[in-house]
Design a protein around this ligand. Structure first.
Ligand SMILES: Cc1cc2nc3c(=O)[nH]c(=O)nc-3n(C[C@H](O)[C@H](O)[C@H](O)COP(=O)(O)OP(=O)(O)OC[C@H]3O[C@@H](n4cnc5c(N)ncnc54)[C@H](O)[C@@H]3O)c2cc1C
Length: 149
């Protein structure tokens, strides 16, 4: 690809909950941190980006096989609907964890202890939390699954 040069000045942004209002415009689709950002406490950013890319590839592949214009907003809309909602769940959960674990107010410390106790002792709570943090809920892109499509 040759040398990659910045096409704008270097910028810094905080690692906190952010999500773009729109993931798509005509001939444009945002994936990964360009579309959303969260605190690294949950280790989710790269995972979400990979699922975005896989979902976009799936949507574009299906459109192309039907002879549709892959850059048209109508073609890209299913990608935005799919990923924006699912990313919100993970972003909100990660933000909740960040706030919960960075707060030293005694009632919050108590709540944290109750939450950790529930994770350890209540199977369904543990399974739901695991499903959210490992992307095992919602619609999974075929090529992002462990055994492939
Ligand atoms: C401390 C920390 C720990 C993390 N731990 C985890 C983890 O355990 N698990 C996990 O899933 N995620 C984790 N993440 C999040 C993960 O690193 C990001 O979500 C992921 O790297 C985003 O990938 P990306 O390709 O979308 O963006 P980036 O990795 O940010 O790549 C974008 C690239 O574009 C370049 N670029 C930007 N603007 C321009 C421009 N104008 N011109 C040219 N190039 C440009 C940048 O230099 C960069 O190389 C962590 C993040 C941090 C900060």
């Amino acid at each position: 690809m040759g040398r990659v040069e910045p096409d704008s000045p270097r910028r810094v942004f905080p690692v906190r909950l952010m999500q773009s209002d729109r993931y798509i415009l005509p001939r444009l689709a945002l994936v990964g941190d360009a579309a959303h950002n969260c605190h690294p406490v949950g280790g989710q950013g790269l995972n979400m980006g990979i699922r975005d890319a896989a979902a976009l590839a799936q949507v574009l592949g299906q459109a192309q096989s039907k002879g549709q214009d892959i850059g048209h907003v109508k073609t890209l809309q299913p990608y935005q609907r799919w990923r924006k909602l699912e990313n919100w769940v993970i972003l909100a959960f990660t933000d909740f964890l960040d706030r919960l674990f960075s707060n030293q107010w005694p009632p919050i410390i108590g709540l944290r202890r109750v939450g950790l106790w529930m994770l350890r002792h209540i199977g369904p709570v543990r399974r739901i939390a695991l499903a959210i943090m490992t992307g095992q809920f919602g619609k999974r892109p075929a090529i992002a699954q462990v055994n492939g499509p």
